[in-house]
Design a protein around this ligand. Structure first.
Ligand code: SF4
Ligand code: SF4
Length: 176
């Protein structure tokens, strides 16, 4: 946001609405994958939750179904959104829109990679599903996350997020 007079807190809702729009209605496969698994990823408990990206909670003021908590990710505190297992899809957080993928920063660019935390239970991360993954979703996801990088601290967050995912990958091995 160099040279931009608007504060990050004021700009964040605009940035996230734009990112959600860039992703549009695209999903990892061009079908309702929840029917494959009875929406397993939406059935977490109060201890679970979807990580929120920097300033994202400011864009979720209308998402009353979410409870925002804070947890540690490495050395930083990050916001998590906990839901009751159903939501208004138009207001769901970015992590939910990207799942079972996640963004990392590699060689200065956003890459969308399989989320190792989903490796054991998401059918979309099984090798057999690979041919069905929608490339248009993966590139739109990368564009959406790229569009957030001018928010202060966003790149540093992505680097820490990538380290955290790498640690998980130590347990699951490389996916896809
Ligand atoms: S993302 Fe994976 S776990 Fe979630 S509903 Fe789709 S197939 Fe099921
Ligand atoms: S907010 Fe919606 S998409 Fe995200 S975990 Fe909850 S029910 Fe699933």
């Amino acid at each position: 946001m160099t040279g931009c007079p608007m504060k990050a807190e004021e700009a964040a809702p605009f940035f996230y609405r734009r990112a959600y729009r860039l992703l549009g209605g695209r999903t990892p496969i061009p079908a309702d994958c929840g029917r494959l698994c009875s929406s397993k990823c939406c059935q977490g408990g109060e201890e679970d939750g979807m990580i929120l990206f920097p300033f994202e909670e400011l864009a979720l003021a209308r998402a009353h179904f979410l409870t925002i908590t804070r947890k540690r990710m490495g050395t930083r505190q990050v916001a998590f959104a906990v839901c009751p297992g159903r939501c208004d899809r138009a207001l769901r957080p970015l992590s939910c829109r990207l799942y079972p993928f996640a963004p990392v920063l590699k060689e200065g660019r956003v890459r969308i990679v399989p989320d190792p935390r989903a490796a054991y239970f998401c059918p979309l991360l099984q090798k057999e599903a690979k041919p069905y993954l929608d490339k248009a979703f993966l590139s739109a996801a990368a564009r959406a996350v790229e569009s957030l990088r001018s928010l202060p601290g966003f790149d540093a967050f992505l680097l820490d997020y990538g380290h955290m995912l790498k640690e998980y990958e130590g347990f699951t091995g490389e996916i896809l």
